[in-house]
Design a protein around this ligand. Structure first.
Ligand SMILES: [Zn+2]
Length: 704
């Protein structure tokens, strides 16, 4: 899918001097002063039920200087999950919610995390020279911060290897095939892969393992930040490996580390991230086969590379780590609804970071803390939401969405029947350009809300104008395993949103993801933070306060039709898509009938005058329709994934980012007999068709 337009604008000042920093703080204070309007500036005609009054108050109480101060606090220290500094950050968030007078609670889990103990890498070059590489970033006056975890891949096995180095481009099947055509066999080698071919880190390791490599080193081309190492996990699937499908509560069931269900989640060969600088030194020394022509054009400017090896450079690599059960903690603030306290609108962001995490995830945490502050202001001015609002601060996302996944697994029944929507923000600001992802019934609401929020990069414009006014907002879908929306959508079927500014920032998961980077490059005036918080909070206010849920299933119909048409490209004509076509038609009729019913009811009386039970019934149908897309048995051979429209394909290189069960059957059919393959694909198509019928039936609210 093509991401939405991003318009980089010159917002990057040079490195600030102390005077520059002072001026910046002064500007933030002044801008902050002007953006914090007091409630009394509103017309006195409001009533406490006037939701639009409170939305205005929410927007006008934004403060970039306040968000900046939260971010500065959050990034004082690294806050890796399962560590003392990680739990200090949980206390900071909890105290912030408490100080605002919000009701709070925490949910702790015992989860299997992974930390490095020792690692080393040296290269022995063909001229007899040898380099021992320094594995870590010098962040302060040529010293590494001892609180920053050394570069590693969480859940990598411990191991050592002394072998020839070989370059495998992005580490995809097609890359290994290209090498094979040139007669290059990487079996027994330490392979070096670069990031960017669309594979997850874990998938790169899995492929290397399959092609016989003994270890994998992964680097990213980072303009200007070539000394950074990209930490990350290499776990397969998501959630705590010891409690697959249920929550890892203290004293609860936990699988043995040697259980086959657990072992299949881990890679078998060791891996580690490398900085661009170290990667360049090694890659530049490779001889052997010349680089395939098609790889050359996409090489980053930083890496000079002419040959793929293997060797003659020999690498001596050791990684020792420990997997260890640690306590993780989700923190919540709850604002109880007045009329429908058992209907929930959830705003979530993870709190744990690989390092200081200014972008990932503290920019999102700072926005969440500011939303809490502004909601508290609304509460003091007489607002009580119609539905309950919960602010969620997740732990251990970086280890595979563990905090949110355990919580979703623990609360599956209540979430399934009572959660209206989940609104996720991970990295709120990575740079310029607004992005939104959503389940389709929320598209219209996102568009509406962006008409109310100022564009931080265009004077006098609202976000909508540069992002969506040309009718091309490109709202992304939530099939990936990128952040905490995954368990909500793909396991629980909760309508969800994901928001962020910018993408592919150069300090991702490195020790340079700091407050300084944010103030120099990411968002010097914190206006993009204000914009994300504005969209995020307004979405929540609509979902919490609108008498009828602001869901529009027409977008879902359009999306399903588009997927059906795209599916045609993956199949030959002998496989009929008729079951899908007719169920989408049925769903479209259900959506139309729902609109007619709602409009007819509105003609008779205002929505606010509907008897409670009538509104409730309509809203329940809107909320539960998404559940129709779930299959309680889940996908074949990976039954944690329940959603039949959105979810990742198990084949890492599949281009099908929708109908994951169908995508799996297509991949599987390549290795089975033609007859069995077709039968499997037909079955999966029928399953999606039946799911769409179930969604239609939920929207109608009638038995068939
Ligand atoms: Zn993150």
């Amino acid at each position: 899918m093509v991401p939405c337009l991003s318009k980089p604008r010159a917002m990057f000042p040079a490195t600030p001097s102390p005077l520059g920093t002072f001026v910046l703080v002064l500007i933030l204070c002044i801008v902050g002063f002007y953006t914090v309007n007091q409630p009394h500036s509103f017309p006195p005609s409001f009533t406490s039920h006037n939701a639009s009054y409170f939305r205005h108050m929410f927007l006008s109480s934004s403060s970039n200087s306040t968000i900046a101060s939260y971010l500065r606090d959050l990034t004082q220290h690294p806050h890796l999950a399962g560590t003392k500094l990680g739990s200090d950050t949980a206390r900071y968030v909890l105290n912030h919610f408490r100080d605002l007078g919000l009701q709070t609670h925490t949910a702790k889990y015992e989860a299997l995390l992974s930390y490095p103990l020792h690692s080393s890498l040296s290269a022995h070059f063909s001229d007899g020279s040898c380099s021992e590489f320094l594995l870590g970033e010098m962040v302060q006056t040529n010293q590494a911060d001892p609180d920053v975890v050394p570069p590693y891949h969480a859940y990598s096995p411990s191991g050592s290897a002394y072998a020839k180095a070989a370059f495998v481009n992005y580490g995809r099947d097609e890359d290994y095939r290209a090498l094979g055509m040139l007669g290059v066999n990487v079996s027994g080698c330490i392979v070096m892969a670069r990031k960017g071919g669309g594979l997850t880190r874990g998938a790169v390791v899995e492929k290397a393992e399959a092609y016989g490599a003994v270890a994998v080193l992964i680097y990213a081309d980072r303009d200007g930040f070539g000394k950074g190492f990209e930490r990350g996990h290499v776990l397969r699937g998501i959630g705590d490996p010891l409690t697959p499908g249920w929550a890892g509560v203290d004293g609860g069931e936990s699988l043995d580390l040697e259980d086959s269900e657990v072992l299949k989640r881990f890679p078998k060969i060791p891996s580690m991230p490398l900085s661009t600088e170290i990667a360049e030194t090694i890659l530049h020394s490779l001889v052997g086969t010349e680089l395939p022509q098609e790889w050359k054009s996409s090489l980053g400017s930083n890496v000079r590379l002419t040959h793929v090896g293997p060797g003659p450079t020999m690498l001596n690599f050791t990684y020792q780590g420990e997997k260890k059960v640690a306590t993780i903690e989700n923190v919540f603030a709850v604002i109880k609804g007045s009329e429908e306290s058992d209907r929930f609108v959830l705003l979530g962001n993870h709190r744990d970071a690989w390092t200081y995490g200014a972008v990932d995830p503290s920019s999102g945490t700072a926005a969440l803390l500011d939303i809490a502050r502004r909601f508290s202001l609304l509460l003091h001015s007489g607002w009580t939401p119609r539905r309950t609002v919960i602010l969620c601060s997740w732990d251990a996302e970086e280890f595979g969405m563990i905090g949110s996944t355990e919580w979703v697994e623990q609360n599956l029944v209540n979430l399934g029947s009572q959660a209206v929507a989940y609104l996720n923000v991970d990295c709120a600001v990575q740079g310029p350009g607004f992005f939104a992802g959503a389940t389709p019934q929320l598209d219209d609401l996102i568009l509406e809300v962006t008409e109310k929020v100022k564009d931080p990069d265009a004077e006098g414009a609202v976000l909508y104008e540069n992002w969506a006014a040309d009718g091309n907002s490109n709202i992304l879908r939530l099939s990936g395993l990128d952040s905490d929306f995954a368990p909500f959508v793909q396991h629980a079927g909760v309508p969800s949103v994901d928001l962020y500014y910018g993408k592919d920032f150069p300090v991702y998961h490195t020790a340079f993801d700091s407050y300084d980077w944010m103030t120099q490059y990411g968002d010097p005036f914190f206006q993009r933070h204000v914009a994300v918080a504005g969209v995020w909070g307004l979405l929540a206010l609509h979902l919490a306060d609108d008498p009828i849920l602001p869901f529009n299933y027409h977008s879902y119909v359009d999306q399903l039709q588009a997927y059906r048409n795209r599916l045609r490209n993956f199949l030959d004509q002998s496989i009929s898509l008729q079951p899908l076509t007719s169920s989408i038609q049925d769903f479209a009729s259900a959506v139309k009938e729902f609109d007619e019913e709602l409009n007819a009811a509105r003609l008779q009386e205002a929505v606010d005058c509907f008897v409670h039970s009538k509104r409730r019934a309509l809203n329940d149908r809107l909320m539960l329709a998404e559940k129709g897309f779930l299959d309680p048995h889940g996908l074949r051979e990976r039954n944690w994934f329940k959603h039949l429209v959105f979810g990742p394909p198990s084949d890492h290189e599949s281009k099908m980012d929708f109908f994951p069960g169908v995508a799996d059957s297509i991949a599987w059919s390549a290795t089975s007999s033609e007859k069995e393959g077709r039968a499997a694909i037909r079955h999966e198509i029928w399953k999606v068709a039946r799911a769409i019928k179930k969604a239609a039936s939920a929207l109608r609210g009638e038995f068939m």
